[in-house]
Design a protein around this ligand. Structure first.
Ligand code: PRX
Length: 668
């Protein structure tokens, strides 16, 4: 992976010179009030990390048994708080019960509205109620054969039961793997096979823009899919628990499928939290990498909990009275850390919304902000760019004065969108935290602290406590300020991934094999003269399409699994709305007619293999793909063609120069 992939992108952010100091109003009451305060604490955190984290672990968490060693580090394997015993659900729920937080809203849920002008369904669960529901559902899991260490696949819409199911797993020590509701039956089956899950928690259906997503039907199909040798992919599944949500018709297979509500009738709400080792697996979350198969990112108990709790409090400067709205789906890591675990560990009120930002109308988010008095809004740049396109009249219809802090995550934010967000949503009074992190990092690593850090549009600014990033060249050497390079993290941190499920070798190779003694993020970055990080996105073969992480190899293998396709190469192209768009170059088998119908067939095929999020935006048919003499597809060239830019560089190694000409003239 070469650094020069980054350089062009760096140019575009080098121009940005605006600086926004934290608004005085905000700083006065903030937890950290100045850059000097931040720097002092940061210095402490990296000078003596074990002391820093031990102090926090003691103050912040409720333990069954104190740890014996803060950090055991044998690169690349970390153990944090070894010897300790703790439970995540106990820390998110039980600990609040004897306090004033017990009757506070833990989750506020807004369902998708039935029609324009109609309010969505609405539910609030206090900490006491959520505790009750989690205990009951934990007993349901036990009744259905789940024990500590077993894997449970959760495939639900954005409803409170998704959080309940996650916390119930954590309560009994089961390992959850949440699969985003937009993924296909095939993706569900692959994840079951990899994790060897015993049970699926799903719903009859979920609502999305007025339509019903047939989740249970997808699960049924997943359970019939076979691998290349004719074996069932999901044969480890013994039970399916089905939540009634959309009341669409579903098949119930006796002995295997049970209804959530009927099961609840069989249990009580007494379920003590299991004493788990600090390093017991908490969840597996699959994410795209640069190979054809998604990777099962493994997170464990104590370190993850501590880090998600602390980052939520500091990065969002959380206060008791906040209504915190992170708009991510629980199917992504952001939903894990900043809808469920981080906010609940802090006793905060977390808002969950089931539907789309523009259904039934483009003011859906602003309606919700006004209705609940949302104080902190955490969303993705791609959503902000969509709001910009839909126009300021939509936010203007609503009173957004409750907002006091805005956040973004998931991809680089362009300064224009940052400024728009600040002005039209934040009324020029709310600080913006542009938070950089990844599924692998478990929590936010590079971010402003809103009362302390002056912000620059497009920069995620400075590292959080205990995080030691660096920008390096291809040989792992630090690069001078303003030069582009690879972003690495030099030291272990409590929420780091502990490995890839079932594949320690690949973990070592992918993350610790690229740059010596460092965690390689896969991102390109530069650091400016003030030490601020400007992250420009992936430099590997992973794309970020509308905030969704998609491996090009995964889409390629989906395409070539179609009977008419001979070969495929997928590259990214810059897209004003989505950040990046997927462009597929496809060669078909002989005799196959290439036309618009085939193009659509292939897009649908990818949706079926992976999920609608991975559908190529553009498919271009080619007679042959341009290759080097050694047979490697010339991706750099394809990227230039996809971008419609002039072809640069040495093309003499092309197998067939004619191909190039044909490809660079568009569509068919
Ligand atoms: O390229 C970076 C980008 O999103 C990637 C991680 O994607 P995922 O694991 O799906 O997690 C997304 C939510 C944490 C990163 O490698 N990314 C995330 N946040 C930012 C970002 N790029 C620039 N700025 C950010 N704030």
């Amino acid at each position: 992976m070469a650094v020069n992939n980054v350089l062009a992108r760096i140019e575009s952010v080098l121009q940005e010179e605006r600086v926004f100091p934290p608004p005085k109003e905000f700083s006065r009451r903030a937890r950290l009030k100045s850059l000097a305060q931040y720097r002092k604490l940061y210095k402490e955190s990296i000078a003596a990390p074990e002391r820093f984290w031990a102090k926090r672990a003691k103050e912040e968490l409720v333990w069954f048994k104190r740890w014996t060693k803060v950090l055991q580090w044998q690169e690349p394997f970390a153990k944090w708080f070894a010897g300790g015993q703790i439970n995540v659900s106990d820390n998110c729920l039980d600990r609040h019960l004897g306090t004033a937080t017990a009757n506070k809203a833990a989750l506020i849920w807004e369902g998708e509205p039935a029609a324009p002008g109609k309010p969505g369904e609405e539910r609030t669960l206090t900490y006491k109620q959520l505790h009750h529901e989690v205990c009951r559902f934990a007993n349901v899991l036990k009744r259905n054969g789940i024990k500590a260490g077993d894997r449970v696949l959760i495939y639900l819409p954005m409803v409170p039961e998704a959080a309940i199911a996650m916390l119930a797993c954590a309560r009994i020590g089961a390992v959850h793997s949440v699969v985003f509701g937009g993924f296909s039956a095939q993706s569900v089956a692959d994840r079951i096979q990899d994790s060897q899950a015993k049970l699926v928690v799903t719903a009859d259906g979920g609502f999305r823009r007025g339509a019903v997503v047939p989740l249970k039907q997808n699960v049924d199909e997943a359970l019939t899919l076979e691998d290349a040798r004719g074996g069932l992919l999901a044969k480890s599944i013994e039970k399916v628990i089905v939540l009634r949500r959309a009341s669409n018709e579903v098949q119930i297979q006796e002995g295997r499928d049970v209804w959530w509500h009927q099961e609840l009738e069989q249990v009580d709400a007494h379920c003590p939290a299991e004493k788990m080792d600090s390093e017991a697996p908490l969840f597996i979350l699959y994410t795209s990498g640069s190979t054809g198969k998604p990777k099962g990112i493994l997170h464990t108990t104590a370190g993850y909990l501590l880090y998600s709790k602390l980052t939520t409090r500091y990065v969002f400067d959380l206060r008791d009275e906040d209504v915190f709205w992170c708009t991510a789906d629980v199917g992504w890591v952001t939903g894990h850390s900043y809808v469920v675990y981080g906010p609940l560990a802090n006793g905060a009120t977390s808002l969950m919304y089931e539907g789309a930002p523009n259904y039934p109308e483009p003011d859906r988010f602003w309606r919700i902000v006004e209705k609940y008095g949302v104080t902190i809004l955490y969303t993705a740049p791609t959503a902000i760019r969509a709001f910009m396109k839909w126009g300021v009249e939509w936010p203007r219809k609503h009173d957004l004065s409750s907002l006091r802090l805005l956040g973004t995550v998931g991809e680089p934010i362009n300064p224009e969108a940052w400024i728009w967000y600040r002005e039209h949503i934040g009324g020029n009074r709310c600080p913006i935290v542009d938070t950089w992190w990844q599924t692998e990092t478990g929590g936010i690593l590079i971010t402003p602290l809103p009362g302390a850090t002056p912000t620059k549009p497009g920069s995620a600014t400075l590292p959080f406590f205990g995080i030691v990033p660096e920008v390096v060249d291809d040989y792992g050497r630090p690069v001078p300020p303003n030069s582009g390079g690879k972003l690495v993290i030099r030291k272990p941190w409590p929420a780091m991934l502990r490995g890839l499920w079932g594949d320690p070798h690949r973990y070592q190779q992918v993350y610790w094999g690229e740059v010596e003694h460092s965690y390689f993020t896969g991102d390109g970055s530069r650091q400016d003269k003030d030490g601020y990080y400007w992250i420009v996105g992936r430099i590997d073969d992973v794309l970020n399409v509308a905030g969704h992480r998609i491996g090009t190899a995964e889409v390629e293998s989906a395409l070539v699994s179609h009977q008419k396709v001979a070969e495929a190469a997928v590259v990214g192209r810059t897209d004003a709305m989505k950040g990046q768009a997927l462009v597929a170059f496809v060669t078909v088998k002989s005799g196959v007619h290439t036309d618009g119908a085939l193009r659509e067939e292939l897009r649908q095929h990818v949706a079926k293999e992976i999920g609608p999020v991975a559908k190529p935006d553009d498919i271009r048919f080619a007679e042959v793909l341009p290759k080097t003499r050694s047979g490697k597809i010339m991706r750099r060239l394809l990227k230039q063609i996809a971008a419609g830019t002039e072809i640069k560089g040495d093309t003499t190694t092309l197998e067939d120069l004619g191909v190039l000409a044909r490809l660079s003239h568009a569509e068919e």
